[in-house]
Design a protein around this ligand. Structure first.
Ligand SMILES: NC(=O)c1ccc[n+]([C@@H]2O[C@H](COP(=O)([O-])OP(=O)(O)OC[C@H]3O[C@@H](n4cnc5c(N)ncnc54)[C@H](OP(=O)(O)O)[C@@H]3O)[C@@H](O)[C@H]2O)c1
Length: 408
């Protein structure tokens, strides 16, 4: 359903009583305002019930039970004066106001706003009533952000001055551009030191990945692996730098930063911002479309923990508002073998497969390292802290259900 103001206007004209539709131009302004404030979905989702949302909010004088002159009021209640029509926000909108949830609206500076995770988080924060300024290195993407109600900040993770100034100006920072950009993380920590402001850093559960060439592993990882005193190190040196960054972020709690690492598992679902696709699923689909058959690494028995992008965004919101400092979270709700994921992709796209592929095969469209350390690896984690500390209650459970239902 389109949500453009003109369409809203037309809908109002067709669905509202004539006298009320005449007032719609005035009512459109608060509706459009709510859209800009990120409340588009609840409003638009209820357009069919528009007359229920726009109703007399106050009467100049309270409805009186005085007898009316015969026939003057169908329900026998005599109302004096003219009603003032107003927009009654559905409860879902009221709940999205931070003040209604007992928290204060924040200004959040977010990197990666034009990407898959960052864009979805930005939209969720806007819906929750927070102001978001988002880093984008491409001016065209910056314009896209502005259209979504996100204040664009043109710059890159290498622009230390921009990151510092923007982090200091904001009440909180989310780093969702690149889990491996150490210099940006160092800059953000230095900018926030001593402020007690939240710094939510995005990591990825490939850190616990074990390349098994498509075979299953029994190893399941808990969130204590980065606790102070833990000497855990990743299976392969390629993941060590990312883990070191995660430790740096957690350690920032000692410098007066309310830091947290959200270590996302394999994310699925359509992004809500400019970035619509998750990297692993997109790689699988690209290869399948190009080759006409879905591929997996080896037997495809390797298992990944998974999570839906909407549940991810909900957790970022909760972490911003409530995380204790220095907390490491896995972000996952369910797990699946890569073979089952590939099978679902094949069915969704109407292609044969899945068929095994050697990461080193000369006709392999995947980078061999990506195939071995991501598509052919196991990454099994359990996410308890988000539920226990932040009340996270993810709604989506199955990546294969989503693929079969929504992947086209
Ligand atoms: N998707 C997953 O399942 C998943 C799971 C766990 C962890 N992660 C990690 O989380 C991070 C974000 O993932 P994503 O899926 O959201 O990726 P994405 O869709 O590619 O988004 C990354 C965003 O960050 C921006 N960006 C990257 N480098 C930048 C730089 N140097 N300066 C300014 N902006 C920069 C990109 O800008 P442009 O649009 O200009 O390129 C893009 O908007 C990645 O490091 C990824 O490895 C992803």
């Amino acid at each position: 359903m389109t949500t453009e103001p003109d369409a809203l206007h037309t809908l109002a004209r067709t669905r509202l009583p004539a006298d009320l539709a005449d007032r719609w131009t005035g009512l459109l302004r608060p509706a459009a305002h709510l859209r800009r404030a990120g409340a588009a979905d609840p409003v638009v989702g209820r357009l069919g019930g528009l007359p229920r949302l726009i109703r007399p909010t106050t009467w100049p004088r309270a409805a009186s039970r005085r007898p009316c002159s015969p026939g003057s009021a169908a329900d026998g209640v005599c109302r004096r004066g003219k009603p003032r029509w107003g927009f009654l926000a559905p409860r879902s909108i009221l709940r999205s106001d931070p003040r209604q949830r007992g928290t204060t609206p924040m200004h959040v500076f977010l990197t990666g706003a034009s990407g898959y995770i960052g864009g979805t988080v930005a939209i969720r924060l806007r819906q929750a009533g927070h102001h978001v300024s988002g880093l984008a290195r491409d001016p065209a993407k910056a314009e896209q952000l502005a259209r979504l109600g996100i204040e664009p900040v043109v710059g890159s993770l290498d622009d230390a001055d921009v990151l510092t100034a923007r982090a200091r100006r904001a009440d909180a920072v989310v780093n969702a551009a690149d889990s491996d950009h150490r210099a940006a993380v160092e800059t953000l920590i230095a900018a926030l030191a001593g402020s007690d402001k939240p710094l939510i850093h995005t990591s990825g559960s490939s850190t616990v990945g074990m390349g098994t060439e498509g075979e299953a592993s029994e190893a399941v990882h808990g969130e204590d692996l980065l606790d102070p005193g833990s000497s855990w190190e990743p299976d392969h040196p390629v993941r060590a730098a990312r883990v070191a960054i995660d430790r740096l972020v957690l350690g920032a709690a000692g410098q007066g930063v309310r830091s947290a690492v959200l270590c996302d598992s394999l994310i699925y679902g359509h992004g809500r911002g400019p970035g619509r696709e998750s990297v692993l699923i997109a790689a699988l689909v690209r290869q399948a479309r190009a080759g006409g058959v879905v591929r997996q690494v080896g037997p495809g028995r390797n298992i990944w923990s998974t999570v839906h992008v909407d549940d991810v965004a909900d957790l970022y919101l909760r972490a911003l508002e409530k995380t204790p400092p220095g907390t490491f979270y896995f972000v996952a709700n369910g797990e699946e073998s890569f073979g089952a994921i590939a099978e679902a992709v094949a069915r969704a796209l109407g292609l044969p497969g899945p068929r095994p592929w050697d990461p080193d095969a000369p006709d392999n469209v995947w980078d061999p390292a990506f195939a071995r350390h991501a598509l052919g690896a196991n990454s099994r984690v359990r996410a308890h802290r988000a539920r226990e500390l932040l009340g996270w209650d993810p709604r989506h459970r199955s990546i294969t259900d989503w693929i079969l239902r929504e992947l086209r």
